[in-house]
Design a protein around this ligand. Structure first.
Ligand code: EPZ
Length: 430
């Protein structure tokens, strides 16, 4: 297994280029098979989840050509299997986007049930509600979810909870249903809008994405398109938190500042200065960090995927901060690891009470999930001494060349695969 080894204490300074949004790209790749013509998707992040999704498309018979690390051609005309193997859903929950894509195109699909994960139970009842409303029969048994429909007919669907996945999955199926579909209480995340724009570029008729009411008029078929994925606002926010934690100064390039509004607002409250440009934000933190309050909410609220990273920052802020996690039921697991670096955080139900400490001390810690792993790296960048983060395969799921981008900003961080390499790094930085 690989690790990140970090010698803390360097302020991150310079410029960083943000990659394409993983959570938009995963859904877009699934939707790409909804036409029999060739689709080109650009600005893909070169991360594990994307590579697994491309493998899943190949596995069901689509032709996938990786033009380069960030571009793929996909042709869904040769799909011969409508059942997605368990190994894919085990690795990435987002394989379930193939339910909506295959149901829309072939009126049939089968995917292994996605289990829960470390941050919560992750139910799919709203996906099922939407598919049934469109006329599909849904059978959940033997660890599989099968959806079939003689006809898909537009419907009026109210989402009991705001769900990114259910909104996207139902939107895909409805794009090729007969008639009109209205999705109420829809998720408004930038990647929901990106998927809607992608489907519209293929000839779909989707209006209102980005608001809480999405209107879809089904079309007969979809056609080819060339599409570029939006920048990843969570990767951008992660680097912005690294600036705050290390008192740095970084120009975060290739972003859409509007997508970062909640993250920027909270970093300003915590003591940073932020300058916005057309496709970049400059984050400067040259004074003390101060406490603030965070509650995670669906977009445009503060993103749950930015919760661990901000907690790591506030753990070093003067005063007492609170972070309330309102989306997932178990997203504070990493706090025990932060505590081993000196953080003083008490978790009561879904609220973290954070008493700021002067600084962290390096330790050997374990990444429990993707965003918590990034938060532990942020803490390591600020810590006194050496931090070793184990289980970095979680981080590599969603951050392209994370250590390389951080090194370019002056961080002392290496990816290592054994004790010998760890020792070598320790000698180099001592
Ligand atoms: C997406 O997950 C993201 N994953 C998550 O990012 C992100 O945290 C989440 O949206 C919220 O923004 C991808 O896009 C691949 P939800 P998703 O459905 O779609 C409940 C990361 O780090 N719910 O919006 O699964 C659910 O339990 C990952 O990149 C139901 O009750 O999230 C949760 O409380 C982690 N029934 C809430 O809705 C359902 O049928 C929001 O979940 C579906 C969801």
């Amino acid at each position: 297994m690989e690790q990140f080894v970090i010698k803390g204490g360097n302020a991150v300074c310079g410029e960083v280029e943000i990659s394409g949004a993983k959570n938009a790209a995963l859904a877009i790749l699934a939707a790409a098979i909804m036409t029999d013509e060739t689709v080109t998707v650009e600005n893909l992040p070169d991360v594990r989840d994307i590579n697994i999704m491309l493998d899943a498309l190949s596995d069901i018979g689509a032709v996938v050509e990786r033009v380069d690390r960030h571009t793929a051609h996909i042709n869904g005309s040769t799909i011969g299997q409508l059942s997605v193997d368990y190994e894919y859903i085990k690795k990435i929950r987002a394989s379930y986007y193939l339910l909506g894509a295959l149901l829309g195109k072939y009126r049939s699909a089968e995917v292994a049930l996605p289990g829960g994960c470390v941050i919560g139970s992750r139910p799919i009842d709203l996906h099922v509600k939407g598919f049934k409303a469109l006329g599909a029969d849904v059978d959940i048994s033997y660890g599989l979810i099968s959806v079939k429909a003689d006809r898909l007919t537009g419907s009026h669907i109210y989402m009991d909870k705001v769900s990114v996945g259910a909104t996207i999955n139902v939107m895909m199926a409805a794009a090729l249903a007969e008639g009109k579909t209205v999705i109420e209480n829809a998720a408004k995340e930038p990647h929901v809008v990106d998927v809607a724009n992608f489907l519209n570029s293929m000839g779909a008729n989707i209006r209102g994405a980005g608001t809480d009411v999405i209107r879809i008029v089904g079309v007969e078929k979809l056609h080819k398109t060339d599409y570029s994925v939006i920048p990843d606002q969570i990767e951008a926010g992660t680097f912005m938190c690294a600036v705050a934690a290390t008192r740095g100064d970084v120009l975060v390039k290739n972003v859409i500042p509007k997508h970062l509004e909640a993250t920027s607002a909270k970093l300003v409250e915590a003591g940073c200065r932020i300058q916005e440009f057309d496709d970049a934000v400059r984050v400067i933190c040259d004074g003390p960090l101060v406490h603030t309050q965070i509650t995670t909410l669906p977009y445009p609220g503060y993103p749950t995927d930015m919760q661990p990273q901000m907690t790591a920052v506030l753990g070093m802020a003067e005063g007492t901060s609170t972070v309330t996690e309102s989306i997932f039921e178990n997203r504070f697991k990493y706090v025990d690891e932060l505590a081993r670096m000196g953080a003083d955080i008490q978790v009561e139900s879904n609220i973290a009470i954070i008493r700021g400490v002067r600084g962290y001390t390096g330790a050997r810690v374990c990444a429990p999930d993707l965003r918590a792993g990034a938060a532990l790296v942020i803490a390591g960048l600020a810590a006194d001494g050496i931090t070793i983060v184990d289980d970095i395969h979680y981080i590599q799921r969603g951050y392209e060349n994370f250590e390389g981008k951080l090194r370019q900003l002056g961080a002392q961080i290496e990816r290592t695969c054994c004790e010998k390499e760890i020792q070598k790094f320790m000698l180099q930085v001592s």
